[in-house]
Design a protein around this ligand. Structure first.
Ligand code: NIG
Ligand code: FE
Length: 407
């Protein structure tokens, strides 16, 4: 067998759709790695395992998952939104804070004032915290710059942070996060700037692979998002959307019509939206952190998504305002406790389905031959413990690109 290293005696949670056991379990199997790629997934008695003379790691019956993908973060920002949180605790709604120029726009002021070096220094601990829990692929959005220069500054910072931590990056231009103050009352003009200048610049410099929008009553209308998506696609970028978070604007149908990678939040998604996602193969990304921090009552239609066979992912939405926490395990836990996902669905939501939400289903998210050799060895008695037990991270080993990394 042409491989450099072998992990044996593992309980592989492959999430390979071809394996019918829960979690795609291959109990006691071995994982062979060549370079940075999974070369073979072998039963314990395979002759290749016995004949192998290279480096062997005995997992001692521990559980192995694919590396995690956090498919929705805004982890580049400066400043603090603790005051927003305090106001919300006394009953001021998120929408009211936004209208007063707080919320996203207060992070915009602080982020514009920060240098790229400052943004990198602030973001490094956030990404390191995600990586320490097993994130090997992260999506990072712009959206607190809202000028061409500041949006590109954020995207360059994202690239540096991911490079420094050694995590695969999927960068997203979210210029349509809020209407900046200098365009107040002229949202359509700002959308024109996004389409004619920001998207072309991000594409040209290869700083983003997707374009996101905040399709909401307090942000951008479906018609404005439609223009942005058309421009994104004309520049070869994928599309996705923050949709149906606070109201139902039928943003999911719009993203589905554009063949988008994912729709995110979805608290107010209706039956027509679910059907559109099922038909388009768009991933439904659940963000229970924002639901929790905003003390929302409206739950996303998990049962309908499940019944329709829409792939569901789970992400942190790590941001300074509505989801200020850097833990994908807490996000999974919230998805189970608050939304009723099963632990297997939560784990599938940060592996196979999160990779699909980032257009990386062919390279990430399962333990299958040809996938990138990013995997996690867990010292737990049951896979659900990865989602259930918080506070101590029971990771025994973290392998990225075929190499064992520190914990
Ligand atoms: O995903 N919904 C819009 N964007 C973020 C919130 C960002 C912020 O409040 O700074 C979200 O929840
Ligand atoms: Fe978000």
């Amino acid at each position: 067998m042409d491989a450099d290293a072998l992990w044996v005696n593992a309980r592989l949670l492959t999430f390979d759709p071809a394996v019918s056991a829960p979690y795609g379990l291959r109990d006691g199997w071995a994982l062979a790695v060549r370079g940075n790629t999974i070369a073979a997934v072998l039963p314990p008695d395979a002759p290749e395992v016995r004949a192998f003379t290279g480096r062997v790691t005995d997992c001692g019956g521990k559980w192995v998952t694919p590396g995690f993908s956090d498919c929705h973060t805004h982890l580049i920002w400066a400043g603090s939104r603790a005051n927003d949180w305090q106001d919300r605790l006394t009953g001021v709604p998120y929408t009211e804070i936004a209208k007063r120029g707080g919320g996203i726009l207060s992070s915009v002021r602080a982020t514009r004032a920060a240098t790229a070096d400052e943004l990198v220094a602030l973001a490094l601990p956030r990404l390191r915290a995600l990586a320490a829990e097993g994130v090997t692929c992260v999506e990072i959005k712009s959206g607190y710059g809202l000028t061409t220069a500041d949006e590109l500054k954020m995207l360059r910072a994202a690239k540096r942070v991911a490079g420094e931590v050694g995590v695969e990056l999927s960068a997203t231009l979210l210029a349509a996060h809020a209407v900046p103050p200098e365009f107040a009352g002229r949202a359509d003009d700002y959308v024109s700037l996004i389409c004619s200048e920001m998207i072309p610049a991000a594409a040209q410099e290869n700083l983003a692979e997707a374009v996101d929008v905040f399709c909401e009553s307090i942000a951008f209308s479906p018609a404005q998002c439609d223009r942005i998506f058309a421009s994104a696609k004309a520049h070869g970028l994928a599309v996705k959307g923050h949709v149906e978070q606070l109201t139902n604007q039928h943003g999911a149908e719009l993203v589905a019509r554009h063949g988008g990678w994912s729709v995110d939040h979805l608290e107010y998604l209706d039956a027509a939206g679910v059907e559109a996602l099922a038909n388009a193969g768009t991933v439904a990304v659940l963000l229970p952190g924002a639901f929790y921090f905003l003390r929302e009552k409206q739950q996303p239609p998990v049962e309908a998504l499940r019944n329709a066979g829409v792939p569901m992912a789970v992400a942190t939405d790590l941001n300074p305002g509505t989801s200020p926490f850097a833990s994908l395990r807490i996000a999974m836990n919230m998805a189970c406790v608050l939304y009723g996902l099963l632990p297997e669905e939560a784990l599938e939501g940060v592996t196979r389905n999160a990779a699909k939400a980032l257009g990386r289903g062919d390279r990430f998210g399962t333990l299958e031959v040809g996938k990138r050799a990013d995997f996690l060895v867990w010292d737990v008695l049951h896979p659900a413990e990865i989602v259930c037990h918080l506070g101590v991270t029971p990771l025994a080993e973290r392998v990225v690109l075929g190499c064992s990394r520190g914990l």
